[in-house]
Design a protein around this ligand. Structure first.
Ligand SMILES: Nc1ccn([C@@H]2O[C@H](COP(=O)(O)OP(=O)(O)OP(=O)(O)O)[C@@H](O)[C@H]2O)c(=O)n1
Ligand SMILES: C[C@](O)(CO)[C@H](O)COP(=O)(O)O
Length: 382
């Protein structure tokens, strides 16, 4: 059995709005039509995909299917019915056994819907099979006020792809009057026998502007929250300034370290690495490596952020606590927040910097050294 999918994509998408027809608008960075093609290609049960377009949109089409090695698009008509007919006629020279007529606007049809269609056409008694969902809301006629109830029993919300034996469908189309909204209407008018197969909410049609948010959710991976901490200490030594959270602060001492000894950024780097279980700062920037001698620690933090984002992560919030008697952190807090926000490329509203003392106790109390601890919260694909 040869199976061709005919994706009708010649509409103007007026109800959806936007500067280009809906099938050429981006959903998660990819044009809706491309999602539709990729979805059918991923199923594996479709041998050939042909797309019906408005020739005026040829440049948009070329961008949508770039690199997908499809046969040339077919010119559509003024109505969906005319576009589907043009597509079917274009297949006549080398007709497939089965044809699946599909809306580009229903880009996320799951495999199970396609499996059920092909299985239904395994029964020679069926001329076609069309997926549908039962109506579950109450139905009523009316304009300004409610009028008669409509019995929802046996009513279906009809979706695509609509699958048919090619010869039966093309004959039905040739005999059809204008005004049909889909192949099912045309097949029923021709007296064909069409099986009802399970539809799926994910095969919804992008029709109104709000449907783009729904479509975006379809291609956005589920994210889970992760939080991790980091801790670092540096000893005070000779010098006239320290670097803390990426800000240079005049001080009676410096901090001793292989790099610039910015304990705040080091703790935060470890916290971010912890969210993706990517080891610690020493694994990425070994103190034994001379290239990190005196290095500014902002590059360590930027590297950790790059790794989090490469893992699909979103940095939600970071929090640094500096533990020292001196220098006083308060006057520099906002500059530190801004600097961390700039390094991480997030809003400063997502950056917290705090400070505390240890009441003159311990090594921080004796000002032998300074400690920093940090927390990072990110969202990552599961
Ligand atoms: N002349 C047309 C009209 C529609 N379609 C396609 O048929 C599918 C379903 O139609 P619909 O959702 O109504 O799309 P539009 O006609 O583009 O939308 P609107 O009515 O809002 O303008 C879409 O993939 C659309 O591109 C088509 O190929 N040719
Ligand atoms: C083909 C279809 O998607 C099946 O539900 C529907 O008939 C298209 O209707 P529209 O009026 O063109 O949106």
């Amino acid at each position: 059995m040869t199976v061709t999918a005919l994706i009708v994509a010649a509409g103007k998408g007026l109800r959806a709005g936007g500067e280009v027809p809906k099938q050429y608008q981006h959903v998660g960075g990819v044009m809706l039509l491309r999602h539709a093609v990729l979805r059918l290609q991923a199923h594996g049960g479709v041998d050939t995909i042909r797309v019906v377009i408005n020739p005026a949109d040829r440049d948009l089409y070329d961008a949508a299917v770039a690199g997908l090695a499809l046969a040339a698009p077919i010119a559509g008509g003024d109505t969906r019915q005319a576009s589907a007919r043009a597509g079917l006629e274009a297949l006549a020279a080398d007709p497939p056994d089965l044809v699946l007529v599909h809306d580009a606007a229903r880009a996320f049809v799951p495999d199970a819907v396609l499996d059920a269609l092909l299985a239904a056409l395994g029964d020679p008694a069926n001329d076609g099979a069309v997926p549908a969902l039962a109506v579950t809301d109450s139905l009523r006629r009316g304009t300004d006020h409610y009028d008669a109830a409509v019995d929802r029993d046996g009513l279906w919300r009809v979706q695509t792809p609509q699958a048919f034996r090619y010869p039966a469908l093309v004959a039905a189309h040739r005999a059809a009057a204008a005004g049909a909204t889909d192949e099912l209407a045309i097949a029923m008018a021709a007296g064909l026998r069409v099986a009802i197969t399970p539809g799926d909410e994910r095969a919804f049609k992008v029709t109104e502007p709000a449907d783009f948010a729904k479509a975006t959710a379809m291609v956005t991976p589920a994210l889970t929250s992760r939080a991790a901490g980091g801790f670092d200490v540096h000893r005070f030594g000779p010098g006239d300034h320290v670097w803390l959270c990426g800000v240079q602060i005049p001080h009676s001492h410096g901090l001793v370290g292989h790099s610039d000894a910015d304990a705040g950024l080091h703790a935060l780097t470890d916290a971010l690495l912890g969210t993706i279980a990517a080891g610690d700062i020493g694994d990425h920037f070994p103190p034994s490596d001379p290239q990190w001698k005196g290095a500014a620690s902002d590059r360590f933090l930027a590297h950790a952020a790059t790794l989090v984002r490469a893992a699909g992560g979103i940095i939600d919030h970071v929090d640094v606590t500096l533990i020292c008697e001196r220098p006083k952190i308060g006057p520099h807090r906002e500059a530190m927040r801004d600097r961390i926000a700039a390094i991480l490329d997030i809003s400063a509203t997502r950056v917290s910097v705090k400070a505390t003392t240890t009441e003159l106790l311990g090594f921080t109390g004796r000002s032998e050294g300074l400690a920093a601890q940090a927390m990072a919260s990110v969202r990552l694909p599961e």
